[in-house]
Structures are given as C-alpha cells and as structure tokens.
Design a protein around this ligand. Structure first.
Ligand code: PLP
Ligand code: COI
Length: 338
C-alpha cells in the first residue's frame, strides 16, 4: 500500500486491497466472494449497461480515538437499497447479506480506514446491478452485488465552510412520480450536465426545484436540503427526493436539542426568511450554504457570514460527527462497532 496523506484526501477513488461480491442466479444469492480484482466481467447485453438497472448506496466507517471502527446506520442503507431494487424491478439484497458484505469489506481493508485525527473516513459503496442479458426492455434474471471501499475526505472542497449553490429551471433531476426517491444511477446521469454548469460557475452544486411546478425546493444534486429558522429545523417533503439517512439523523438530533421539526413543501421565496441553510448527506456530511443564486431570475439569497457556518449547523455537525467517531454516546443505537 502506498502512503496516503490522510488529511489531504478528497472525495475520490483510491484503490484498496479487497472488495466482496455475491451473485444472484437461479433464485439464490451465492456465498460472499472476496477478491482483489477491481474489474467486473459482465455480459455485453446486461440490463445495467443498456437499461440502467443499477442501484447503489453510500455509507461510512470511522476510526475513533479509542481505535475502534464504527459503521454508521448500515441497516438503513440495507433498507434503502431494497427499496431502490424494488423500484426498478431488481432482486433485493437481503439485509443479512448486505450487512455481512459491508462489515467484511471493511475488515478486509483495515489499513485504509483513516486515522481519527485526520477527520477523514472510509467510504463504503455497495452496488447492485442487473448482470443478465436482455435485449428487450425487461428485468434481468441475474444480479451482481458488490461492496467496495475507499478512503475519502470532504465531498465539497470547502469542507465545513459555506458554499454557493445554483438554482435554474432549465434542469430537472427527477420527474414527478419518477425515480428521484430511489438511489439509482439514472438520476445521477440526469444531473451531470447541470452539475458541470454549476461547477464551472463556481457553485458546489445545483439546488433542484420540484420538476412539476418549479416552485418548491427539492434537494441538492448529491445531498438533501435543510434550513434553520429561529427554533425550527425545516426540510422538504417531496416524492422526488432521496430519503437521506443523514437528514433522518439530523432530524432526530435537532429534536433532541429541542428544535421544532417541519417536514413540508418549502417555497423557493422562503429562502429569504431562513437564518441558516445547508446540504446534508453521507458524502457531504453537513455542508453549510452561504449563498443560493437563482440564475434565471438573477436573485441571490445569502445566509449569515459567508465564511463561517452558522451556530445551529455547527452544533448539529459536532453532534453527528461526535457520534460517528465515538466521541459522543450513541444513544440511538446508530453505530456498529467492528
Ligand atoms: N440526496 C441524494 C440525491 C444523494 O445522492 C444523497 C447521498 O446519498 C443524499 C441525498 C444523502 O443521503 P444520505 O444521507 O443517506 O447519504
Ligand atoms: C453519498 O452521500 O453517499 C452519495 O452517494 C452522494 C454522491 C457521492 C452520489
């Protein structure tokens, strides 16, 4: 293993030693296979390649001050992958197989779990693909489930500093009654062009509006949206956003801190009333937002000090990270220690 500068890690792929796989064929999942190969050999007519029969997950493992490794809320990721699989007619991965594969993938790559002091983490990427051949549009009869890991730093280069996000009605991420609530590859393909325009313009991400009316805030390209207004934690209720496990956790932590929770549609114009806003997700953790530019209407919304995260975002961030790294008690039973 070549030396890794843990503190300088960005969110990108670094080769680790092993990944694990299971294959669904003739009505059953195979025993877990452990491999050093980074390559997949699949049929050229596999449904994942032609028709996007693919779903993935993202979760993290953290090394604590005590040297123990904690995986955050993997049962929730197992459930969400099952939901994604059902949504696009793939064979769901049983929770037991999912959690066994995740734990094994971490255990086989212990040298790649970043040290406590670095603030980095081991990103775990479970992946489910339709691997059997079809030429007509119909679900595969065979599936491949893979879990690989890679050490990562912050998703947005700013880390825990406010970023700028962009709104434009020229791009939608997911259709009403489409697949926005599932973690399937097609949603991310659909977001790439807008994402590039945002990055080229100096924005960390696109903040999507609901695609039916373009009136309400949906979510950011790779993360959910939340806002703080006085004593309230407000986050969108929408059928086309991904149910974020980080957001679900922040809602609980906000409630524990005595904040009032509102899950409801959020009108774009309400942005001018919020004290703090942020994006949240496994990769993004909490990424405070300092400015949102509605580029179609030439309107800028700003929030607090453009260089410093707001006080409630900071409290939530510290609490979440504290639980993940084992500095705070895990009162909700969210971590699995391995
Ligand atoms: N929304 C989208 C579109 C995402 O890709 C992600 C990342 O997984 C999230 C939200 C955040 O979800 P989670 O907190 O479960 O990582
Ligand atoms: C995550 O937060 O795990 C994600 O999957 C976001 C992005 C890398 C797609």
């Amino acid at each position: 293993m070549s030396k890794i500068d843990w503190a300088k890690l960005s969110f990108s792929y670094i080769k680790t030693d092993y990944n694990v796989r299971s294959y669904y064929k003739d009505g059953q999942w195979s025993e877990l296979e452990e491999t050093t190969s980074e390559a997949l050999t699949i049929h050229m007519a596999a449904t994942c390649v032609h028709y996007g029969q693919e779903a993935f997950e993202g979760l993290k493992a953290f090394k604590g001050k005590d040297g123990k490794i904690r995986i955050f809320r993997m049962d929730e990721n197992a459930k969400r992958l099952q939901n994604s699989a059902n949504g696009i007619l793939m064979q769901p991965v049983p929770t037991e197989l999912f959690t066994k594969a995740v734990v094994r993938a971490v255990e086989l790559n212990l040298d790649y779990v970043p040290p406590y002091e670095s603030g980095a983490a081991l990103y775990i990427r479970p992946l489910l693909i339709g691997s059997g051949p079809k030429v007509g549009v119909s679900p595969s009869e065979e599936y491949t489930f893979i879990v690989f890991v890679t050490p990562v730093g912050p998703y947005f280069k700013e880390g825990f500093k406010p970023t700028k996000q962009m709104i434009s009605r020229n791009f939608d991420r997911a259709a009403p009654h489409g697949t926005g609530h599932l973690k399937v590859g097609g949603n991310y393909a659909a977001s790439m062009r807008a994402g590039k325009i945002a990055h080229d313009g100096g924005y960390s991400s696109v903040l999507y509006l609901d695609s039916k009316e373009h009136k309400y805030i949906d979510e950011a390209g790779p993360a959910n949206f939340f806002a703080i207004k006085g004593n309230k934690y407000i986050t969108p209720l929408s059928e086309s956003i991904l149910p974020s496990i980080t957001n679900m956790s922040l809602i609980q932590l906000a409630e524990d801190m005595g904040l009032e929770i509102e899950r409801r549609r959020i009108l774009l114009e309400e942005l001018s009333e919020f004290d703090e806003v942020g994006a949240c997700g496994t990769a993004a953790v909490i990424s405070p937002i300092g400015e949102i530019d509605d580029i179609d209407k030439n309107i800028s919304y700003t929030f607090g000090d453009p260089n410093v995260a707001g006080p409630t975002c900071t409290k939530l961030y510290n609490k979440l990270r504290g639980i993940q790294y084992g500095d705070e008690p895990d009162t909700h039973g969210w971590v699995t220690i391995i």
